[in-house]
Design a protein around this ligand. Structure first.
Ligand code: PMP
Length: 505
């Protein structure tokens, strides 16, 4: 049987236990995204753990799409038992009978969000939400938050100022960008008691100006809690005011819950509930399918009606139905939202402790299983320290923990792990983060630009054999005469790229 050619349940089981493919150790560009100097090649994953091509195990702290855990058996089963009912037709309507998933979604949403449209990705769902808002309001324009990300497909990349900026795309005249209410490093900060009012006033100004020039606002689209810009949680009063101002113009409010939904914030199933706002349109992305390519737009019957006959293009398939239900079922059975709240509270307490201990941690934001750790050159200067964030991400990889740095200056360490992330995982993450931060010199140090080597003696070598917990332990091989698999820790010593930084202060 060829690898990956799973034809029935038994062969599928075999596929799962097959030994990893012996791939040549070449790294494509995407492998370099988070670990530029010594990239990782992930070849398989299970729940909150990922495995590289040497079969070393890593704790995954960032892959939010695998919402209930990588390759969760409930989802694998849901897909495999329903794939045989997928029908593609042109000119006939497919009747999948009575579907459960839309009903189950309705039960966990406000009553007015009673109509569910389905597509294959979060970006497509954003595109659909924009179409709905434009058709319903007869408006054209959208209000978005600076640095927001809502997908990158052509029809909507203007809604993602982050994408537009990094690709030098000129802002479209139908997009109005409000300042991100970042109380840590935005123009108005937490020490200003009027900061929120000022952000609101600036947004009102922008909206007024748009209207004065004859623009008609169709919608405001925002993550109720901003993940991609570095886990910025807008003050709830600001978001409530944004909803009020946009509705006053006749526009609709769209909540993008691709990353923040399905219990991630711990206290509520949707982050808009935690912010005390109610959207007209809700966007759900790939986490609803645990990575299976599905997404959904929830809205009212009234708004969805503007699509007319085209509504049929956005039907839930049998596979989506099974997968969506499986994800909701696991979330409920394993009480993953409560777990996110509990583990998140522990993480927050420990991260704040690390923040007090280490000068390079400027801010810790987040809740549930969603955190941003802002890395700065010093607490006082707040100067973004991307180089340190890069270093931490690389060192944590050597400690078998996968993290990523995001945010405008790529200086925010992000934590958005699968929801099965446990307290034990959190403890291990904190211990290793503490270790890696402790290695950093407390004095300023600089890079020798000629050699790329540190000019100070920065001891960033990992202590061999001191990793606690299960991670870093080589996983048992199916074929133990495979000497191509070297100890990851030996590799760490060989590959370790000594770095140092230039304090730009
Ligand atoms: N909105 C947000 C907030 C996202 O983070 C993403 C990407 N994860 C998208 C939309 C687009 O989703 P997709 O990658 O499925 O197109």
């Amino acid at each position: 049987m060829m690898a990956g050619n799973c034809q029935d349940k038994n062969t599928m089981q075999m596929c799962k236990t097959q030994k990893p493919l012996k791939l040549p150790r070449k790294f494509s560009k995407s492998c370099h995204l988070h670990h530029e100097q010594s990239p990782l090649k992930i070849v398989r994953a299970s729940y909150q753990y990922m495995y590289d091509d040497t079969n070393s195990e890593y704790l995954d702290c960032v892959n939010s799409v695998s919402h209930i855990g990588h390759c969760h058996p409930a989802v694998v089963e849901a897909v495999s038992v329903t794939m045989d009912s997928v029908i593609n037709t042109c000119g006939w309507e497919i009747d999948y009978g009575d579907l459960r998933y839309p009903k189950e979604l309705h039960q966990i949403l406000p009553d007015h969000l009673d109509t569910f449209l389905f597509c294959n990705s979060g970006s497509e769902a954003v595109d659909l939400a924009l179409q709905l808002a434009r058709l319903y309001t007869n408006g054209t324009d959208a209000v978005v938050i600076d640095n927001a990300f809502h997908g990158s497909i052509g029809s909507i990349h203007h809604l993602s100022p982050k994408v537009a900026k990094s690709n030098n795309i000129t802002k479209a005249d139908w997009v109005h960008i409000v300042t991100m209410p970042d109380l840590y490093r935005g123009p108005y900060q937490e020490d200003d008691p009027l900061a929120v009012d000022r952000y609101v006033a600036d947004a009102q100004d922008l909206i007024d100006k748009a209207q004065l020039t004859g623009r008609k606002i169709a919608c405001f689209i925002a993550e109720p809690m901003l993940t991609v810009p570095g886990c910025i949680i807008p003050p709830s009063t600001w978001l409530q005011e944004m909803y009020r101002m946009v509705r006053e113009t006749g526009g609709l409010c769209i909540a993008d819950e691709v990353q923040t939904g399905l219990g991630r914030v711990g206290s509520h199933f949707w982050s808009f509930q935690a912010q005390d706002v109610t959207p007209d349109i809700l966007i759900m992305g790939k986490p609803v399918g645990n990575g299976y390519p599905m997404a959904s737009v929830a809205t009212s019957r009234d708004i969805a009606a503007v699509l007319g006959e085209r509504i049929k293009e956005y039907k839930c398939t049998r596979v989506m139905d099974a997968v969506g239900c499986a994800v909701l079922e696991v979330l409920q059975q394993d009480q993953l939202m409560d777990s996110a709240a509990e583990v998140g509270a522990f993480l927050k307490k420990e991260l704040v402790r690390l923040q007090k201990k280490h000068e390079y941690i400027g801010d810790v934001r987040g809740r549930g299983l969603m955190f941003g750790i802002e890395i700065v050159w010093s607490k006082q200067s707040k100067k973004p320290a991307r180089e340190i964030a890069d270093h931490i991400v690389n060192r944590m990889k050597e400690e078998y923990v996968i993290m990523a740095n995001e945010g405008n200056s790529r200086n925010v360490l992000m934590l958005l792990p699968p929801m099965c992330f446990t307290q034990e995982n959190a403890l291990l993450l904190i211990q290793r983060l503490d270790k890696v931060f402790t290695e950093l010199p407390s004095h300023r140090f600089s890079r020798d630009h000629a050699t790329g080597l540190p000019s100070d003696s920065v001891n960033t070598q990992p202590a061999i054999g001191v990793c606690e917990g299960r991670l870093g332990i080589m996983q048992p091989q199916l074929d133990d005469d495979d000497d191509s698999i070297v100890s990851s820790r030996d590799k760490v010593e060989l590959e370790h790229a000594q770095q140092s930084y230039e304090d730009l202060d």
